[in-house]
Write a protein that binds this ligand. Sequence first.
Ligand SMILES: Cc1cc2nc3c(=O)[nH]c(=O)nc-3n(C[C@H](O)[C@H](O)[C@H](O)COP(=O)(O)O)c2cc1C
Length: 172
Amino acid sequence: MSKSIVIYFSRADENYGVGMVETGNTELLAKEIVAKTGADEFKIEPVKKYPLSYQDAIAQATEERKASARPEYVSDVDIAGYDLIFFGYPIWWGDLPMAVYNFIEKHDWAGKVVVPFCTHEGSGNSGTYEILKSKMPGATLEGDGFEMLGSIARTDEGIKKIDDLLSGLGVL
Ligand SMILES: Cc1cc2nc3c(=O)[nH]c(=O)nc-3n(C[C@H](O)[C@H](O)[C@H](O)COP(=O)(O)O)c2cc1C
C-alpha cells in the first residue's frame, strides 16, 4: 500500500486579496487533502518568520529572491518512507518561495510520485511545475501543475476543486 504525505509552505497574516487571515490559502488546501486522504502532513516553517504586514513580507521575500537565498526551516521530514507526496506552495514573484527551493534541494525525490498544487493571485503556476520537474530528478509529477486563486481556496468552490483533483488522481 502506498504511503502519502502533504508537504507545504504557506504564510498566514495579511495577504493580497484576502486581508488578515489565521490560516494561509495553500494551507487550507493542504488540510483538505489531509482530511480526505488521511495522508501525513508536514509544513515547511521558515526560521525567520515573515512580517504580519503584506508589504513588509513582500520586502523580505524580495530581498531573499534577489540574493537567491535558501532560508532555513524549523524542522525537517524524512521523505524516504513515502511514495506519494502532495507538494503545496504559494507563487511568490512568479516563482517558488526561496525556502521551498531549500527544502527541495535537501531531499532525494527519486521514485516518488509528486502532486504539486499552488495558490496565487493571478499569475497561475508561473512555470513552477516545470521547475519542480527539473529540481526533483527521478520523480514522476502528476496533476498538471494544479493551481488556484488564493481567494478561491478559501471558498467551497476551491475545496471542491481540490477534491476533484483527488478524484481525478484516483485517491478519493
Ligand atoms: C511575497 C509574495 C509574493 C507574491 N507574488 C505573487 C505573484 O508573483 N503572482 C501572484 O499571482 N500572486 C503572488 N502573491 C500572492 C500569493 O501567491 C497568494 O496570495 C497565495 O494564495 C498565498 O498563499 P498562502 O496564503 O498559502 O501563503 C504573492 C504573495 C506574496 C506574499
